[in-house]
Design a protein around this ligand. Structure first.
Ligand code: ZN
Length: 53
């Protein structure tokens, strides 16, 4: 089990344990698709230590 800190929806601040859940939430609740991908990506970048680049 890889249980890191939960992800939070930047649009309504609901939190999710899994990034995938957040992604689904964004698409279903906020109807984002392309935007979501970019958003999640930028969030990942923010959560990723610099050495991961
Ligand atoms: Zn949301």
């Amino acid at each position: 089990m890889s249980n890191t800190e939960g992800r939070r929806c930047p649009l309504c601040t609901t939190s999710f344990a899994e990034r995938r859940d957040l992604q689904v939430h964004l698409m279903v609740e906020h109807r984002k698709s392309a935007v979501t991908e970019e958003l999640v990506r930028s969030m990942e970048r923010a959560n990723t230590p610099l050495r991961a680049r």
